[in-house]
Design a protein around this ligand. Structure first.
Ligand SMILES: C[S@@+](CC[C@H](N)C(=O)[O-])C[C@H]1O[C@@H](n2cnc3c(N)ncnc32)[C@H](O)[C@@H]1O
Length: 309
């Protein structure tokens, strides 16, 4: 069993915002007029991603919209709670050995500690009812020195400040508590997120303020390329202040890495229930020899959701 045990083991987990069966990718991204946001995120990611690396974990990977951007990494593990999102990612990326698909809950990651040399979590923290616990799970599976690129939804954005000043909004954008603006959708105060990261032993290296012009009328009247260009110039102001709806952080887990990454991806896994590793491969299942639970491997997706046995 891993020495740093998962604090969530045996505890009731926070609820999951379930995207199973959702048409999120087509409705929100392809038909939802989000070309500007997608371009801004691509620019931010390019600025923050390491040029190369061995093993990337993408948390809340969804349909793999960003996965194609992790070009310098030898292997990428796509993790999402929703099997149908992962299936869409498979259709986009194919079944190359470079990609490993895992259906699991971020609050109960099925990976051995200190495994990955990089991870991203984009548009996903905003579904975490207990963000510090989720971030702790992330920290556990990162090697010392690993890079963590985190995007979060910023409650202290200009629109929220204006609405609050005009009394169109009851919650204050300035207090540190997350605000749940829709069920299981949270905006966070930058200082709260930065404090959680530091408390977990991350060093914040860069902060980018992203999507300055996320206003429908502006997006409709000014060409996307012009807006994305302006956003690109302004993203660096994130080092000084953060008033945009989206913030990207590059953080690094403290310490120097001395861990090697196994070639066999089955050695990545630990039992999400009891923490035992290695797990045993049994054709279409993967099993824990310590507690006898097992999980399905279906169409190339390891499914660690639920408490199967
Ligand atoms: C808004 S989508 C973002 C997808 C992708 N990162 C992107 O930017 O296109 C959020 C994703 O997080 C996943 N998710 C939400 N809560 C989760 C949890 N507790 N564990 C794993 N995935 C989760 C959802 O299934 C969904 O695919």
């Amino acid at each position: 069993m891993d020495s740093t045990d998962n604090k969530m083991q045996g505890k009731k987990r926070p609820p999951v915002c379930d995207y199973e069966g959702s048409d999120y990718q087509t409705r929100f991204w392809e038909r939802g007029g989000r070309g500007y946001e997608d371009r801004c995120e691509a620019i931010a990611l390019k600025r923050l991603l390491p040029k190369n690396g061995k093993l990337m974990l993408e948390l809340g990977a969804g349909a793999g919209r960003n996965t194609v951007r992790y070009k310098g990494f030898e292997r990428v593990v796509l993790l999402d709670y929703s099997r149908t999102q992962l299936k869409q990612a498979q259709e986009r990326l194919g079944n190359s050995k470079r990609y490993i698909y895992v259906a699991a809950d971020i609050y109960r990651l099925p990976f051995v500690n200190k495994l990955f040399d990089a991870t991203t979590m984009i548009r996903t923290l905003h579904h975490m009812a207990d963000a510090p616990v989720a971030l702790e799970q992330v920290r556990n599976v990162l090697q010392p020195g690993a890079v963590f690129i985190l995007e979060y939804a910023n409650k202290r954005n200009l629109k929220a400040i204006l609405r609050y000043a005009l009394r169109h909004q009851t919650w204050s954008p300035f207090d540190l508590d997350p605000v749940e603006f829709a069920p299981l959708n949270f905006d966070f105060h930058p200082r709260a997120v930065h404090n959680w990261l530091r408390d977990l032993g991350f060093r914040i290296e860069k902060i980018l303020a992203v999507s300055h012009f996320r206003v429908s009328v502006i997006k409709r009247t000014i060409p996307t390329s012009v807006l994305a260009g302006l956003d690109s110039l302004l993203q660096w102001t994130g080092a000084l202040w953060q008033f945009t709806p989206s913030v990207f952080i590059k953080a690094r887990a403290e310490g120097e890495s001395k861990y090697s990454i196994p070639d066999d991806h089955r050695l990545f896994f630990k039992c999400p229930e009891c923490g035992h590793s290695p797990l045993a491969d049994q054709d279409d299942r993967i099993a824990c020899p310590a507690c006898n639970r097992s999980w399905k491997i279906l169409n190339g997706i390891y499914d660690f959701r639920g408490d199967e046995s």
